[in-house]
Design a protein around this ligand. Structure first.
Ligand SMILES: [Zn+2]
Length: 245
């Protein structure tokens, strides 16, 4: 197992430091930096896959946060009205902070969920815990399992950004999907690669759309309706920035 999540540091199995002859960055160092913990059931390979999912999300959150800050700064410059007006440019956010601020500084990845019927589960009641019964073992397991972890982190994103009013109505990303997006699975990529569920529910559809938002695309040859895919992309581009800190 050898992946380079940042372009600057390396993450690999035990023993790679002596093989590569430079200071290494272990999967556990990375987990600590991102506020992630694993119980003892996780193999190194599966921990690295989970951290790859975390890193993909962190990069996207960082990009969105920094481009919003840049846009605010540009707009300030364009609207300067007098000689004493000032605009300040904020320090760009780093990936780990972008991730931790959105995920409230703590995720527990638990390997083992004997009662689970699905591969993974994210409970709204245990807001920092994601449990996995198993990972995919066939096909492109790196892609499928990374997408599976991102899907669960999509549920957590939804839970952390949802609230229920006194009337009993719940608000949040999944609950804001329009009927044309929530009532079908049109426009998604291949099932159990780009979709981790076949449920027609707001929560499951949002979690699969979240994976798309992070990746910036489904494999287009498996998307049956590009028009429907574009409608999902338009929704994500329009509403997701509003849920970031
Ligand atoms: Zn799900």
């Amino acid at each position: 197992m050898f992946i380079d999540p940042s372009g600057q540091t390396y993450i690999c199995d035990e023993g790679c430091e002596e093989n590569l002859g430079r200071r290494q960055y272990t999967v556990d160092d990375m987990a600590e930096l991102y506020g992630v913990s694993f119980n003892s059931g996780w193999s190194v390979t599966n921990r690295a896959i989970a951290m790859r999912a975390v890193y993909n999300i962190a990069k996207k959150l960082q990009k969105e946060r920094n481009s919003a800050a840049d846009a605010a700064y540009q707009s300030c410059l364009e609207n300067m009205s007098g000689p004493t007006s000032t605009c300040s440019q904020s320090t760009p956010i780093v990936t780990s902070d972008a991730f931790k601020e959105t995920y409230h500084y703590g995720i527990d990845f638990v390997w083992g969920c004997s009662g689970c019927t699905r591969l993974g589960i994210t409970s709204g009641k245990k807001e920092h815990t994601i449990m996995f019964r198993a990972f995919y073992t066939t096909g492109d397991t790196m892609l499928r399992n990374t997408n599976l972890v991102m899907h669960e982190l999509g549920h957590m994103f939804n839970n952390l950004n949802s609230w229920t009013a006194r009337s009993g109505t719940t608000y949040g990303p999944a609950w804001s999907l329009t009927t044309d997006l929530a009532a079908n699975r049109d426009g998604f990529g291949e099932e159990f690669v780009y979709q981790q569920s076949d449920d027609i529910s707001q929560s499951e559809i949002f979690a699969d759309m979240f994976v798309h938002w992070i990746q910036g695309g489904w494999a287009t040859d498996s998307v049956l309706s590009q028009t429907a895919a574009n409608a999902r992309i338009d929704w994500l581009n329009r509403y997701m920035p509003g849920y970031l800190p």
